[in-house]
Design a protein around this ligand. Structure first.
Ligand code: FAD
Length: 340
C-alpha cells in the first residue's frame, strides 16, 4: 500500500537548494494530516554530510542515492535513481521543485511509473473529493486525496487537480511558494539506497559546465523589493527604483510588462511566469496589479503601491497605497530615507 510523503531534495554543486527545504516543510504538514512520514530523496555524490540538514528541516528520513555518475545532473541517470526509489518505497505523494532540473526530471519520472503530474502548484492540501460518476453510475467520495491547485486558462481560474487512481500523486512547486519550517533538532534516519548504474545510463556526455559570469541576483532571497512596471515608461526609469532600493537595502524587481519591453532582465520578473517572492517589504511602482503579477507577490509581508490611477487593482492588495506620479514620489522617498 502506498504510504508517506517523499520530496526530491535538489542539490547543485553539492548544495541543497532552498526549494528542497520549502517542500520538506509542506510535506511535513501533509504527512501530519495523513499521520504518515516525510522522506527526502537526495541524489548526487559526496552528499553524506548534507543529508542531516533535511532532517533538521522536518524530514523523518533521507534516502541517499550516490554514485559518481550522479555528480552532475543528467536526465537519464537521475530519472533512473528516483524511479528506483519510488518503485521500492511506493510513496503516497512525491513532490519536486519546479526548477530547471525539476521541470526536466518530474515528467520523465511520472511517465515511467505511470502516474499523473500536476506542474507549478500554488497550493497543496489533503482533502476529500467527490468524483462525479458517469450517468447511471453512483458518484464516489474519495478520501485523503492530494488536492493540487494551480492557475489555469492563463491564470484566470484556479484549478484543483486530483490523481485519484494512480500513485504516487506527483506535483511540482516553484521555489518560494511554500515555506520552510524553522530548523529543529529532530532525529531521523539516513538510508543509503543503492542503484546499479552502467554506461547505458549515461546517454549524454557532459563536456564542460560553463557557469554564467553575469552576477545574477536571486530576488526570491531579498527581504526588500522595489518593483517597477510599465508605468516607469522606459529602462531609464529603473534608475530611480535602484536608488530607492539601495536606500532601503533591497533589490529591484519588475512586472512582466517591464521585462517584455526589454527594460530589465527576465530573472527579476515577479509573477505567475516569473518568480514567487515573499519579502518583508514589496514596493510596487507603476504596476497595475494584474492577477498574474499578484500571484507572485501577494504573500509579501507588507506591500506599498504607488500608482497614479486610484482604481488600479494593486490598491486592493496593498497595505499602504499612494495615489500619484511615481516620478515625483519615488525620488522624494529616496531623499527622505537618505536623510534618516
Ligand atoms: P500595466 O498593467 O500596463 O500597468 C501599468 C500601471 O502603471 C497602470 O496601473 C498605470 O496606472 C500606472 N502608471 C502609469 N504611469 C504612472 C506614473 N507616472 N506613476 C504612477 N503610476 C503610473 N505579469 C507579471 O507581472 N508577471 C507574470 O509572471 C505574468 N505572467 C503572465 C502569464 C500569463 C499566462 C498572462 C496571460 C499574463 C501574465 N502577466 C504577467 C501579464 C499581466 O497580465 C499584466 O499584463 C502585467 O502584469 C502588466 O504589467 P504592469 O502592471 O507593469 O503594466
Amino acid at each position: 500500500m502506498s504510504r508517506n510523503v517523499y520530496v526530491f531534495a535538489e542539490q547543485r554543486d553539492g548544495n541543497i537548494q532552498k526549494v528542497a527545504y520549502e517542500l520538506v516543510g509542506k510535506a511535513r504538514e501533509l504527512a501530519d494530516t495523513l499521520e504518515e512520514k516525510v522522506y527526502a530523496v537526495l541524489v548526487g555524490q559526496n552528499m553524506n554530510e548534507k543529508a542531516g540538514s533535511l532532517i533538521e528541516a522536518g524530514a523523518d528520513g533521507v534516502v541517499l542515492v550516490q554514485d559518481e555518475m550522479l555528480a552532475e545532473y543528467t536526465t537519464e541517470a537521475y530519472a533512473k535513481a528516483v524511479v528506483a526509489v519510488i518503485k521500492e518505497k511506493d510513496p503516497e505523494i512525491f513532490l519536486i521543485g519546479a526548477t530547471a532540473i525539476g521541470r526536466d526530471l518530474a515528467p520523465r519520472v511520472s511517465a515511467r511509473i505511470h502516474t499523473g503530474l500536476t506542474a507549478d502548484c500554488t497550493s497543496l492540501e489533503i482533502g476529500d473529493f467527490p468524483l462525479v460518476a458517469a450517468p447511471g453510475k453512483e458518484s464516489e467520495q474519495k478520501h485523503n486525496q492530494l488536492l493540487m491547485t494551480r492557475p489555469a486558462f492563463g491564470g484566470n481560474i484556479m484549478a484543483t487537480i486530483l490523481c485519484a487512481d494512480f500513485r504516487p500523486q506527483m506535483a511540482t512547486v516553484r521555489p518560494g511558494v511554500m515555506q520552510a519550517l524553522e530548523s529543529c533538532d529532530k532525529v531521523g534516519t539516513v538510508e543509503k539506497f543503492d542503484v546499479a548504474f552502467d554506461a547505458a545510463d549515461m546517454n549524454v556526455e557532459i563536456c564542460e559546465v560553463v557557469k554564467t559570469n553575469k552576477k545574477s541576483v536571486d530576488i526570491t532571497e531579498a527581504k526588500i523589493l522595489v518593483s517597477g512596471g510599465r508605468g516607469l515608461g522606459s529602462a531609464e526609469g529603473f534608475g530611480q527604483l535602484k536608488d530607492l532600493a539601495d536606500a532601503l537595502g533591497g533589490e529591484v524587481s519588475a512586472s512582466r510588462a517591464a521585462v517584455d519591453n526589454g527594460w530589465i532582465d527576465k530573472d527579476r520578473q515577479v509573477g505567475q511566469t516569473g518568480k514567487t517572492v515573499r519579502p518583508d517589504l514589496y514596493v510596487a511602482c507603476g504596476i497595475s496589479g494584474a492577477i498574474q503579477h499578484a500571484a507572485g507577490m501577494e504573500e509579501s509581508e507588507f506591500i506599498v503601491a504607488i500608482n497614479r490611477e486610484e482604481s488600479a487593482p494593486i490598491f486592493g492588495i496593498c497595505d499602504l497605497g499612494i495615489v500619484g506620479d511615481l516620478n515625483k514620489i519615488v525620488p522624494k522617498l529616496t531623499e527622505a530615507l537618505k536623510k534618516n
